[in-house]
Design a protein around this ligand. Sequence first.
Ligand SMILES: [Zn+2]
Length: 103
Amino acid sequence: MTDVKDCPKCGLVNPPSAQRCDCGYDFISRSVEASYLGKRDPRAADLTSAETALVLLVPGLGAVLGFAARSQGRIRAGNKMIIASMLMIIMPLAIFATFVGCR
Ligand SMILES: [Zn+2]
């Protein structure tokens, strides 16, 4: 275990402490796993707080602006903003429901 490890897959010489070769070969499980190098699995990444805030705030902000415009007498402009905000909320829900329904 104190010797350097020659990767059987790519031939790279790894330090004795290496658990996984750069190519993805795992010395412990003796199988090829996802490489530690490069980007992490994007599917494992959840929403960032900024994304969550934007997703929740943008439609809400649009609705607030719409109602503000309506209160100023700009009914048509306000209605458009409110409709756009509603679509921003309904469209993702409809798309989500479609995907769930297909499974
Ligand atoms: Zn390797």
